[in-house]
Design a protein. Structure first.
Length: 96
């Protein structure tokens, strides 16, 4: 994973598209919830990521899911210089 979040430019993202990210499955044994968070982080703008987290939690997914190394997604992106809004969104959603 890249160390920095780059600006994503594009159109508005519908609720249906955000919910579609909840169907993404890992193909390498990574926890599916962690994999979904990773994909959402890479694909979504800050405000869309916050909206995604609402659907993610409502669907019963684990915001503190870990990768193969035992790190939560919050821990993984905590060193990314441009991820502060994403980090705050995760914390507000209950990530630790």
């Amino acid at each position: 994973m890249k160390k920095d979040k780059q600006k994503v430019i594009g159109e508005d993202v519908s609720d249906e598209r955000l919910k579609g990210l909840l169907t993404i499955q890992s193909h390498d044994g990574t926890n599916n919830d962690y994999h979904m968070l990773t994909n959402a982080y890479r694909a979504l703008r800050e405000d869309d990521f916050s909206r995604f987290l609402t659907f993610f939690i409502a669907a019963g997914h684990n915001i503190n899911a870990t990768n193969k190394e035992g790190e939560t997604f919050l821990t993984t992106i905590s060193s990314h210089q441009q991820a502060s809004v994403y980090i705050n969104a995760l914390k507000q959603a209950g990530a630790s």
